[in-house]
Design a protein around this ligand. Structure first.
Ligand code: C5P
Length: 240
C-alpha cells in the first residue's frame, strides 16, 4: 500500500476522547499518535474544558471532530456553527431531529464561512445505542433503519454534508445518497469485543466495506492495555 493510501485510511479512524480533563485527553493522544491522527471531542470533554484543545489540535496538525449534536432553534444552531467553524474542525454534528429549517440554517452558516472548504457539518440520525424496539416509545414508527433513511434524506435535502449513522445502515445510505455524502459511523467493535451500551454495532472491516467514510471508536481503544496496538490492529483491518 502507498504512503498516501495508508494516510487516507488513518484519517478515517476517529478516536473518541471521552475524558473529563484535557490532560487525560492529551495523555491518550501521546499514547496512540502517530497511528491515530483524527480525534473527537464530545459532550464530556466539552463540558469540562470547552474548546481548550482546539488550538492544540491545530498546532499539532491533528484533525478534530466537534461532536456536540446541536439541537435548538435554527438561529441558535447557526450561530453556534459559526463559532465552532472558526476553529477549523474536520467535522461537527447537529441533530437531524431539529428539522429541516434548523439543518438548512446550519448548512448556510457553514457554507458562508471562510473555512467552509475545511469542515463538514453532519446530522446525527438515530443514536447507535437505540434498538428498533426503543423507537415506538419515542413516537417513531418503523425500524431504526427506516428512520435513519428518512432523516438522511432530509439532511441531504437541507444541504448538509452527511450524517452520523450506524454502519449497519451505511450500505443503504451510500446507495440512496451517493458517493459524496459523508457517512460517519460510531458503534464500531472489533470481532469478539464488548458492545458496552451500543446496540447497532459492526466490525471495522465490515463498516468500511459497507461504505462508511469515518469510523468513530472510543472504549475499545481507550480502555485497552495497549491503545496503540489496538489502533494499529483496527487500521490493518480497515485497510483489508
Ligand atoms: O466508546 P464508544 O466506541 O462506544 O464511543 C462512541 C462515541 O461515538 C461516543 O463518543 C459517542 O458519544 C459517539 N456517538 C455514538 N453514537 C452516535 C453519535 C455519536 O456513539 N450516534
Amino acid at each position: 500500500m502507498t504512503t498516501d493510501a495508508v494516510e487516507a485510511i488513518r484519517r478515517k479512524l476517529i478516536l473518541a476522547l471521552d475524558f473529563p480533563y484535557v490532560q487525560e485527553a492529551i495523555g491518550m493522544i501521546h499514547k496512540v499518535r502517530p497511528e491515530v491522527m483524527h480525534y473527537k471531542v464530545g459532550l464530556e470533554l466539552w463540558s469540562s474544558t470547552g474548546g481548550d484543545l482546539f488550538h492544540y489540535f491545530n498546532e499539532e496538525e491533528l484533525d478534530f471532530f466537534v461532536d456536540l449534536k446541536l439541537h435548538d432553534i435554527p438561529n441558535t444552531v447557526a450561530q453556534a456553527v459559526k463559532k465552532i467553524m472558526a476553529h477549523k474542525p474536520s467535522l461537527m454534528t447537529i441533530h437531524a431531529m431539529g428539522g429541516m429549517d434548523m439543518m438548512r440554517a446550519a448548512a448556510d452558516a457553514k457554507n458562508g464561512h471562510e473555512h467552509a472548504a475545511h469542515s463538514k457539518v453532519v446530522a446525527v440520525t438515530v443514536l447507535t445505542h437505540h434498538h428498533d424496539s426503543d423507537l415506538p416509545k419515542l413516537g417513531m414508527s418503523g425500524s431504526a433503519a427506516d428512520q435513519v433513511k428518512r432523516l438522511a434524506n432530509l439532511a441531504q435535502e437541507s444541504g448538509l454534508d452527511g450524517v452520523v449513522c450506524s454502519a449497519q445502515e451505511a450500505a443503504t445510505l451510500r446507495a440512496q445518497c451517493g458517493d459524496d455524502f459523508t457517512l460517519v459511523c460510531p458503534g464500531i467493535r472489533p470481532a469478539g469485543s464488548q458492545a458496552h451500551d451500543q446496540a447497532r454495532i459492526m466490525t471495522p472491516k465490515a463498516a468500511i466495506a459497507a461504505g462508511a467514510d469515518y469510523l468513530v471508536v472510543g472504549r475499545p481503544i481507550r480502555q485497552a492495555e495497549d491503545p496503540q496496538a489496538v489502533a494499529k490492529a483496527l487500521l490493518k483491518e480497515m485497510a483489508e
